[in-house]
Design a protein around this ligand. Sequence first.
Ligand SMILES: Nc1ncnc2c1ncn2[C@@H]1O[C@H](COP(=O)(O)OP(=O)(O)OP(=O)(O)O)[C@@H](O)[C@H]1O
Length: 255
Amino acid sequence: MGAAEPLVSLRGIGKSFANGVAALENFDLDLRDGEFLTLLGPSGCGKSTALRLIAGLVTPSAGAVDWRDAAAAHNIGFVFQEATLLPWADVFDNVCLPLRLAGKTREAAAPLVRETLALVGLADFETALPRQLSGGMKMRVAIARGLVTRPKLLLMDEPFAALDEVTRFRLGDDLLAMKRRLDTTIVFVTHSIYESVYLSTRILALAARGGAIVDAIDIDATIARDDEFRASPAFAQYCRRASAALRSAYGEELR
Ligand SMILES: Nc1ncnc2c1ncn2[C@@H]1O[C@H](COP(=O)(O)OP(=O)(O)OP(=O)(O)O)[C@@H](O)[C@H]1O
């Protein structure tokens, strides 16, 4: 098993719900080790369903999800659009939760929780309650909770959608730094073309119905992600391509 082998492969995936909706049809995906993959597409095209299938939260109606390493399949971080924190628990206990669920005592988990809080810039907020935090800080707690078990894979479903643009930019930069530091592979869902180009090493644009891949855009992973990139002709070019892909993903629906 070489490092070039995908971390996880989705083969011929179909997912239909009891109400007859086919969210995904014959969907294939090879997730590369270490990539930042973004799923871009119209509302309802199956992005969240794809994340939930990878996470094992729903089972496919057809096809298979194959993991290179079974242990990675059982240690996946998941961050949602809402931070979904326990309102009565402080920041430390919210981040500690996945370790407690894995059977660690609070004391045994503490060093990892503190290290992760430092990583997301919340070292001084251990005892704060969720209601005392801004939206951006709550999202940092949710990211810390997603990373505290040091998963190989972090799934993020529109995590920054509810945040203002400055907070969004800052969190994006910090997320890339965390990813580098922990060597995490990320699958990210967003509706923002600019965000997808800035953060990703690959973008998949999914068609409005059934999740067919309309375009796969590789973004040069060696380019530093900073203000210079955001202002560069290369960035504009990638955005034009992603925008065209998204337009064709809407297909008939835009006409
Ligand atoms: N549990 C469910 N039961 C019935 N239909 C569902 C269920 N979950 C999703 N769907 C349907 O499957 C399709 C794909 O949904 P999904 O949430 O994956 O799309 P999405 O691309 O993530 O959308 P959005 O961008 O709006 O979050 C939609 O038509 C949705 O209504």
